[in-house]
Design a protein around this ligand. Structure first.
Ligand SMILES: Nc1nc2c(ncn2[C@@H]2O[C@H](COP(=O)(O)OP(=O)(O)OP(=O)(O)O)[C@@H](O)[C@H]2O)c(=O)[nH]1
Ligand SMILES: [Mg+2]
Length: 442
């Protein structure tokens, strides 16, 4: 599969100033050579050549193009790559692609260029993932994590651990296989145990940081809750600075979840306005309330809105109780008509700064993590958790005085999980799923 030449449109397919058709593989230069009056074999690598792109069958001139030539091995895929920059019309771009296909290139699958970069060993799997992350990045934090990922931050983070582990595993194996070999240190449970404990600490620390980093990248799931009419929808609108949710003085206005997202400096909030929670006979409202309860469960942050102009009642108390184990902010709304101590806002007048300050304060610790290396996605984190379990198992076995040749099985498992993060042990079906999320031409 890796020997054929692939082609795809690498820019998004709409009329624009420039589009790029990318061709990668052994035949890339020969294929494009058939469409221009110049010889790309003669041009220096990593240079741009001006040409007319001609359909070799009909001899029609299709477009005036700039052709970038990247000769193996220092290229994105490590193969020869030719990129044709054409005028960005859909018709012309497609025609250039189709000409390359008719000359023997195969249409690339989504992510196939990056997959080749990985399979050809130029990047590890976490770097390949980061390529997709940078395309998907919605805020400064996710973009900055992604670019670090592309530079190989995860590999740099894991390599010392992987090397140490391998070192001990190898030594144990030598001890077992060549007991007479006295050049190599003789390990015992007591000498391995402190290492294993240290590794476990590093692994746990890494998981914890990675979880906190996830919030920065993906945004904070924030549910606005409160009993009917306290001003939840007004608050959502004030946060979004638009009249997204309907606001009335009728209790039970919001019956479904209304969503929106905002950017607070470096934090992204994925907001959900919920139906006011109270006991009700109304079927539609009941469904809305069930959803609100679910929204509380799923939220990372709960903003509990209380009405400052009315005394707290048992519904407020119930909500205070329902949310007590969540990361939450209790705000008093309508303080324009009833001043109040605490986080006091007036959603109606757009006076919500105290709430914004509190959100930033709550997540300051996450923000300070931004410059530290951590794992970049659920796939990586769950493999790290596997490594953690294996390491705990190893520690248990060591403490129970099991033979070292049994303990190495756990150490090996931890080692394999770490290698799997980098894609050095990988399964084809997993790779298929991973790369199918990529854009065409990437
Ligand atoms: N004075 C004052 N009135 C407010 C404020 N915020 C909201 N209101 C009013 O309170 C009423 C209810 O506001 P909503 O935003 O619809 O309240 P809600 O919590 O979404 O209500 P439900 O969707 O029914 O649960 C409306 O009449 C708003 O104009 C505020 O800060 N001050
Ligand atoms: Mg509402």
């Amino acid at each position: 599969m890796l020997t054929d030449t692939i082609a795809a449109i690498s820019t998004s397919l709409q009329d624009g100033a420039i589009s790029i058709v990318r061709v990668s593989g052994n035949e890339a230069i020969d294929i494009v050579n058939q469409c221009i009056k110049k010889d790309l074999n003669e041009v220096k690598s990593h240079t741009i050549t001006y040409a007319y792109f001609i359909d070799p069958l009909t001899h029609d001139t299709i477009d005036e193009v700039l052709i970038s030539v990247f000769k193996a091995p220092k290229t994105y895929t490590t193969e020869d790559i030719v990129e044709i920059n054409c005028h960005g019309g859909k018709y012309v771009t497609r025609r250039i692609l189709n000409t390359c296909l008719s000359l023997g290139a195969r249409l690339a699958e989504p992510g196939e260029f990056t997959r080749r970069a990985f399979l050809n060993g130029r990047i590890d799997l976490t770097q390949a993932e980061a390529v997709n992350d940078i395309i998907q990045a919605k805020n400064k934090a996710s973009a900055s994590v992604a670019i670090k990922g592309i530079k190989g931050s995860v590999k740099a983070l894991l390599e010392p651990l992987i090397d140490d582990l391998l070192d001990i595993i190898a030594t144990i194996e030598v001890n077992i296989d060549y007991p007479e070999y006295d050049d190599v240190e003789m390990l015992t449970n007591d000498s391995v145990l402190p290492h294993a404990k240290e590794w476990l600490k590093e692994i746990e620390n890494c998981i914890q940081k990675s979880e906190s980093g996830k919030i920065l990248r993906e945004g904070i799931k924030t549910a606005i809750i409160g009993k009917p009419n306290v001003g939840k929808s007004s608050l959502l609108n004030a946060l979004l600075e638009e009249e997204k949710a309907i606001v009335t003085d009728i209790a039970g206005t919001t019956r479904d979840l209304v969503e929106g997202y905002i950017q607070l400096n470096q934090l992204t909030l994925n907001l959900i306005d919920t139906a006011g929670i109270r006991e009700t006979e109304d079927v539609v409202e009941k469904i809305g309330i069930d959803r609100s309860k679910k929204a509380i469960e799923e939220a990372t942050l709960v903003i509990l809105v209380l009405d400052a102009s009315r005394p707290l009642d048992e519904q407020d108390e119930l909500l205070l109780e329902l949310t007590q184990d969540k990361k939450r902010i209790i705000v008093y709304n309508k303080t324009d008509i009833a001043p109040k101590e605490g986080i006091a806002i007036s959603a109606k007048n757009g006076e919500i700064q105290p709430l914004l300050d509190e959100i930033e304060r709550l997540f300051a610790a996450n923000l300070s993590l931004i410059d530290e290396p951590f794992l970049n996605n659920e796939r990586q984190i769950s493999l790290m958790r596997k490594a953690m379990l294996a390491m705990k198992q190893a520690i248990d076995s060591l403490e129970m005085g099991m033979e070292l040749d049994l303990v190495t099985i756990d150490l090996q498992n931890a080692y394999t999980s770490l290698k799997e993060i980098l894609g050095e042990v990988s399964r084809d079906d997993l790779l298929d799923t991973l790369f199918s999320n990529f854009c065409l031409g990437k």
